[in-house]
Design a protein around this ligand. Structure first.
Ligand code: AMP
Ligand code: MN
Length: 339
């Protein structure tokens, strides 16, 4: 198949196929606070394993966000901080390091690491790392094909959800020909792709809409309007009625303005502070996240913070402004000369 090309070395993939064929009981996991790609990749692979007559449990630190609850199989995800069952292998998807799962006990198993995040730590007995994949769902598509499992809707729907969300609804620079090749196969499998998008993007809570308004209203701008800062905390969620798991994608709002080149979103929730970064084009916010102990991709990255708020916030905005500066060239190229 043409879709098997362009994904780096096929060697890890064939080793994983052999390892799966030789084993029966699998546990799948992914990162805490899962997103569309982590949920989609896990659901698709679990279904494919079951089609092969194997057992597959999914154990995640946190429940899927509300927007993904309707994906086929989502109700079978077990939410726990530890795996206790007996398994022949643990397959960890979408995690640059094992601790991103926040699930204990995975390390006691034969570990398979399937990921696309820059800086993957190669923590598995088998590691398949493909930073050219727009989503881990693309990799799982190839794995399912290599296992000889047909692309039926319970597999194709979650794969499509993973690709749709990890490409920012087909807007990000991570998209390749392979992305559309796979989506073409998804469409051919009979999936109603518009219905998948509607379930994810048009089924949010009223609280989310109200939070959207509040966030934009309180947005701060820095670096000549090129960096936007959003802040959400427990009180704001309570006041707007937005569930904590229904905020996915709100960080992208400021990027709709032409001036804004990068967004910092500070989420002080439940006693922990996490920071998400987004950027346009060549602007590298991953390196900013790495400098604060986190990671991610060039245009979408994040990290956790403890303590000392205001001072750190200023440093983050400064670092992001520097990243914008570093890639933007002359800042006001479109300004009139007489300004
Ligand atoms: P988020 O802003 O939480 O949606 O994350 C954006 C991207 O950054 C995702 O690819 C995450 O996997 C990655 N990321 C977020 N937080 C961390 C972290 N603490 N360490 C490593 N990668 C992270
Ligand atoms: Mn991903």
């Amino acid at each position: 198949m043409g879709s098997e090309a362009e994904s780096g070395s096929r060697e890890p993939l064939s080793r994983i196929v052999h390892a799966i064929r030789a084993r029966e009981r699998f546990v799948l996991s992914s990162h805490a606070r899962p997103d569309g790609d982590s949920i989609g990749a896990q659901l698709a692979l679990a279904h494919a394993l079951r089609r092969l007559g194997k057992s597959a449990d999914i154990v995640n630190r946190d429940a899927p966000p509300a927007s993904l609850e309707s994906l086929p199989g989502a109700d079978s995800i077990e939410v726990a901080g530890e795996v206790t069952g007996a398994y022949d292998a643990a397959i960890v998807l979408e995690c640059s390091s094992l601790d991103r799962t926040e699930v204990a006990g995975l390390e006691r198993h034969f570990l398979v690491n399937i990921d696309h995040h820059t800086g993957n730590r190669m923590y598995g007995a088998l590691n398949w790392y493909d930073p050219s994949a727009a989503a881990v769902a693309e990799m799982v598509h190839d794995l399912v094909a290599a296992l000889g499992v047909p692309l039926t809707p319970p597999i194709a729907i979650p794969l499509y959800a993973g690709i749709l969300t990890d490409t920012g609804s087909f807007r990000h620079a991570n998209i390749t020909r392979r992305t559309f090749d796979i989506c073409s196969r998804v469409a051919a499998s009979g999936v109603d792709v518009a219905a998948v998008a509607a379930a994810i993007y048009q089924s949010g809570t009223m609280g989310r809409l109200k939070l959207t308004a509040a966030l934009v209203d309180a947005m701060r701008l820095a670096a000549g309007d090129r960096v936007a800062l959003l802040r959400v905390d427990d009180a704001l969620l309570r006041d707007t009625g937005c569930p904590a798991d229904d905020m996915d994608g709100l960080i992208n709002l400021p990027l709709s303005a032409r001036e804004v080149q990068a967004v910092v979103m500070i989420k002080a929730l439940d006693g922990t502070t996490r920071v998400s970064l987004r950027s346009k084009g060549e602007i590298d916010v991953r390196s900013v996240a790495v400098s604060f102990g986190g990671g991610g991709h060039r245009n979408a990255a994040g990290f956790s913070l403890d303590g000392e708020r205001a001072e750190v916030e200023a440093r983050i905005v400064e670092a992001v402004a520097a990243a914008v500066e570093a890639s933007a060239g002359p800042p006001a190229a479109s300004e009139p000369a007489d300004g």
